[in-house]
Design a binder for this molecule. Structure first.
Ligand code: MG
Length: 250
């Protein structure tokens, strides 16, 4: 069980040179955090790569989690052809990958995700979705699966940024939408590239292990705290947020 010690917060404050945290906004990743979707994404990417004759393992796509589709395609193209994909290739191939994703067994909300979002609503924290995905099939389901959790203007998707995760732009943009400073935001992420993006944007980054990526990778990427599952994260969040408000560096 991950313990919430004062030191987790104090060492983050010292590292960022913040005096205190006032978490009034939660910046929340989608795939692998709100939805148990990463296995399907990996399968869809792997099917596409195989059809293109590009050698790839299913596992590597878990590590690319958070990247935009264009960025993942460029990794594959550089490996196979020594060049980036053209805009036309990206449009065509990402549409194909998105189609394969929709043909896979239906994705379920992550256990604990609803409880986490309910807590944020209860305490009036602003919620912003921050996803590298442009996959409409899932983004459009959010309101059905998590009613009232996100308003349409409080979303940063792959379409809203020039540089995707691991660049800090998506989380900086989310802070702008929520109208908060970095010390007023917490981020929830499950992937190393997403953690790096959120941490570099200055947010207290909560990582959750929900797939095959070990916690050490998330710590290395800059996570301030790592939970072992979404239900554990949802259960501990109220205590963590309260502690954040109470600790000040003089
Ligand atoms: Mg994710």
């Amino acid at each position: 069980m991950t313990e919430i010690s004062d030191d987790i917060i104090l060492s983050f404050l010292r590292r960022r040179r913040y005096k205190r945290l006032q978490p009034i906004a939660a910046l929340i990743d989608m795939d692998g955090t709100l939805y148990d979707s990463m296995g399907n994404h990996a399968d869809a990417w792997h099917r596409l790569a195989t059809e293109l004759g590009i050698s790839a393992t299913r596992e590597e796509f878990f590590l690319y989690e958070g990247r935009t589709g264009a960025s993942t395609l460029n990794i594959l193209f550089n490996r196979a052809y020594g060049r980036d994909a053209t805009a036309k290739e990206i449009e065509e191939l990402y549409a194909r990958k998105a189609l394969y994703f929709t043909q896979m067994p239906s994705v379920k909300p992550m256990p604990g995700a609803m409880q986490m979002l309910e807590f944020f609503k209860e305490v009036n924290m602003r919620r912003v979705l921050v996803t590298g995905s442009g996959q409409r099939s899932l983004i459009d389901r959010l309101e059905r699966d998590f009613p009232g959790a996100f308003t349409p203007n409080m979303m940063v998707t792959s379409r809203d940024v020039k540089c995707g995760k691991p660049h800090p732009e998506p989380f900086l943009k989310a802070m702008m939408l929520a109208n908060v400073r970095p010390s007023q935001a917490i981020a929830i992420e499950n992937a190393p590239l997403g953690v790096k993006s959120a941490n570099d944007a200055g947010a207290f980054t909560i990582a959750v292990t929900t797939g095959p990526i070990p916690r050490e990778e998330l710590e290395r990427a800059g996570a301030a705290i790592v939970f072992d599952s979404m239900p554990q994260c949802a259960e501990m969040l109220p205590r963590l947020v309260l502690k954040m408000f109470n600790l000040i560096i003089e």
